[in-house]
Design a protein around this ligand. Sequence first.
Ligand code: M6R
Length: 368
Amino acid sequence: EKDGHDWFMRKEIFEQPRAVADSLLGRRTAEGLLQLDEVRLSDDELRDIDKIIIIACGTSFYAGMVAKYAIEHWCRIPVEVELASEFRYRDPILTRETLVVAISQSGETADTLQAIRHARVQKSKVLAICNTNGSTIPRESDAVIYTHAGPEIGVASTKGFLTQLVACYLLALYLAQVKGTRYGDEINEWMDHLEAMPAHIEKVLESAEEIYELARSHKETKSVLFLGRHAGYPVALEGALKLKELAYIHAEGFAAGELKHGPIALIAEGLPVLCVVPPRGRDQLHEKMISGIQEVRARGAHTICLAEEGDEKILPYADKLITLPKVPVLLQPLVAAVPLQLFACELATAMGNDVDQPRNLAKSVTVE
Ligand code: M6R
């Protein structure tokens, strides 16, 4: 049942190329248009949307953060991302023109369910991104995009997360198509990029042994920091969450630009800092990230950098380099999350923890 793996989690990590491919299947028509069968909202209804609020918990929340970058960039619709457990207690502004997107692997998370109930009472439309057919959240939503990860058994979400990202990109591109904010050619180019992702993820998985070795060398580590920028920021948060829930060690993710506003004081000799380096591009993201890495390294941090292949500028500042395939920054989470999953899984194994059933946690959290 675990396909020869020691943990369901490890099996599920290695299933990700297939899961991502399945989530992309059948989304393009012969005419090259994007189609999402499960979106039971008319084009007119979608065109009227003037604000999107994404609600989710844990790892699903981080997928929502990535979705914000994609939707705002491609569709020019303002997006808020909110923890489901906070949402209804702040009296959010919801109208008929607000689309609430609930992201949940299990479809049973009580915090998320209560949040969508609140939104529907206020007459907002709710679209669920969910992995579990027929679960409560999609049943109570106006529309649903199912992710096709297959059952996820490990408490730590892995293939659930990657397929949520895919669903978020598809939703963003679909909205861009309906709203006319992007041309068909460009949407098709992004679809080509997405369809190349399973092979890229496969490539990252080929470096598993190297990441395991790195993880095992951190058995005594008490604390790990994660840095990212742009779409790499939610990846940093996700990497930290994985380490907390599986290895039970202190881990925190930061937006690299925030370092100088406080967190840099945490840096001490030998502290491992995992850095998700954005691809080189026309923006300043890459340069800014490198200067952040320089700053922590000058203060004694041990830098582990995830950077795209051919990135030579990072070399002088990386104590350890993990190479990622060359992909656009918006899609980088699909490859950058994988080494962090492998790292957490292996470190927790080395520490003797139960990876599939971490202490104090349940797979679906059905209490508020
Ligand atoms: O089933 P959901 O996506 O609604 O679950 C949300 C969180 O409970 C979940 O992502 C949790 O954070 C995972 N254990 C993270 O690995």
